[in-house]
Write a protein that binds this ligand. Structure first.
Ligand SMILES: *Cc1c(COP(=O)(O)O)cnc(C)c1O
Length: 471
């Protein structure tokens, strides 16, 4: 393909992209395909000779698109969103065009310096103290792994990098509600799943700080070494907010690294009315949140803030001859700030989003989502045969169908699962579930970029109709 053809196809595809967003509601939200349906339509071998772009693009439309779940559909209420926006997509187009590999400052000074500036912007906007530094990671899973490795190194005075773990008696703590990425990180860090201690939660599914302190005391008595606590600001199941202030008292008392997983809810810190969620932040060691979930920046883009940059660098720095540069020490070489060497230019799309929306634009969008979720919460609370199963802290609503005539929990679980399956099968909306105290719970997250009141209203109507008809 030459640049003339590139120009022609690029124009054509940008037109397709704009059409896609204009017509997105014509697609079923969740892909309506059977396992292997897409795979079997693809040839067994790669083409020997180059193919025409028009043919490839046609296959994209005919074969690939039917197997796509439309995360940007305004009736996507499942999991947490991975929302995007027009400025983000434009930034991503330029990132792909430049094709820079931003491992160190020298390999694209603007990428490193833009990242530094945008991280500081976000840090200040979110009420995180200025002695924190920020870096963009691919995902929250990677950021949490980074935190646990740094905690391990700091606890061993950077000896476990050198000699490996010689005596494995480390302990990591999180609540029973925290995300699976904590367990994964503990396993990868060589600490062993059995050394991840899950602390019980209260009725609102927040970590019980006194239970945490007891667990640490017991472990110390039994010869364990507590090295890290992970507090959740917005759990995945219900966006429960762990009591950070109380947890910082414990982490300080026992000198334990405190990492905050705010992967989803962190975006809400742009709103002054949610600053209460991070009371005590100055005593935290590290913090992660994902602009690629709720901050209109397309996947992937995860922000990791760290208080003691030196311990991060000491954990990850390796300096082969071919990476030595004259600028070392004066600028940020982000390859030392996490696991991968190579890095995409992710700051660009975030910069586009922050500038094109402006802080006020982002705040407006977040508040709109929160208020739509609050409206849905009120409808559920005042409905005779539905019930709310967790408080709506932000924009995630947890509920179930529960007509008065049915009391057996097992039957309610079966009925609610059936409702979920039917809703997702008709393709007009997509929602997912969790379990709260063994109760099968329907989850609706109102966080898609294009979601409006009409979509939430229509979802609520469909839910009532299907529940009352089918169950
Ligand atoms: C989504 C989520 C994660 C994982 O995020 P990735 O970026 O996909 O790794 C971790 N923690 C919480 C609370 C989440 O909601």
């Amino acid at each position: 393909m030459n640049s003339k053809e590139f120009r022609q196809y690029a124009h054509q595809m940008v037109d397709w992209m704009a059409d896609y967003f204009e017509q997105i509601e014509d697609y079923p939200v969740k892909a309506q395909v059977e396992p292997k349906e897409i795979y079997n339509q693809l040839p067994e071998q790669a083409p020997l000779k180059g193919e025409e772009m028009s043919v490839i693009f046609k296959d994209f439309q005919d074969i690939i698109l039917p197997g796509i779940t439309h995360w940007q559909h305004p009736s996507f209420f499942a999991y947490f969103p991975a929302n995007t926006s027009f400025p983000s997509i434009l930034g991503e187009m330029l990132t792909a065009t430049l094709g820079t590999q931003c491992m160190i400052w020298d390999t694209s000074p603007a990428a490193a310096e833009l990242e530094e500036r945008v991280m500081n912007w976000l840090r200040d906007l979110m009420g995180i103290p200025s002695f924190f530094d920020g870096v963009i990671q691919d995902t929250a899973s990677t950021a949490t792994l980074t935190a646990i490795l740094s905690a391990r190194e700091k606890a061993t005075n950077f000896d476990s990098n050198q000699n490996g773990i010689t005596q494995n008696n480390f302990r990591v703590y999180c609540s029973t509600e925290t995300h699976s990425s904590i367990e994964k990180a503990v396993k990868i860090a060589g600490l062993g799943k059995n050394n991840l201690v899950k602390i019980p939660v209260d009725a609102q599914l927040r970590m019980q700080a006194d239970a945490l302190e007891n667990a640490i005391q017991d472990d110390l008595k039994n010869g364990y070494r507590p090295i890290c606590i992970v507090a959740a600001i917005g759990t995945t199941g219900t966006t429960a907010i762990d009591p950070l202030k109380e947890i910082t008292t414990i982490s300080q008392k026992f000198n334990i690294w405190l990492h905050v997983d705010a992967a989803y809810a962190g975006s809400a810190l742009l709103l002054p009315e949610f600053q209460w969620m991070i009371e005590g932040i100055e005593l935290v060691d590290s913090f992660v949140f994902n602009p690629h979930k709720w901050l209109l920046t397309n996947f992937d883009c995860s922000v990791y803030f760290i208080k003691d940059k030196e311990s991060l660098l000491k954990t990850f720095e390796v300096l082969p001859e071919y990476l030595k540069t004259a600028s070392r020490g004066i600028v940020n070489d982000y390859r030392d700030w996490g696991v991968p060497l190579g890095r995409r230019f992710r700051a660009l799309k975030l910069w586009f989003v922050l500038r094109n929306y402006g802080v006020e634009g982002l705040q407006k969008q977040l508040r709109a989502h929160i208020s739509l979720a609050q409206a849905l919460t009120r409808w559920i609370q005042t409905s005779p045969d539905f019930e709310l199963l967790a408080p709506t802290t932000l924009n995630l609503v947890c509920f179930r169908y529960h007509p008065k005539s049915i009391q057996e929990e097992e039957r309610l679980n079966v009925i609610n699962k059936k409702i979920l399956d039917q809703l997702n099968k008709n393709g007009r909306m997509y929602l997912t579930h969790t379990k709260i105290n063994k109760k099968y719970t329907l989850r609706i997250v109102v966080g898609q970029t294009f979601v409006e009141a009409q979509h939430v209203q229509s979802a609520w109507e469909q839910i009532q109709e299907i529940a009352r008809k089918g169950a």
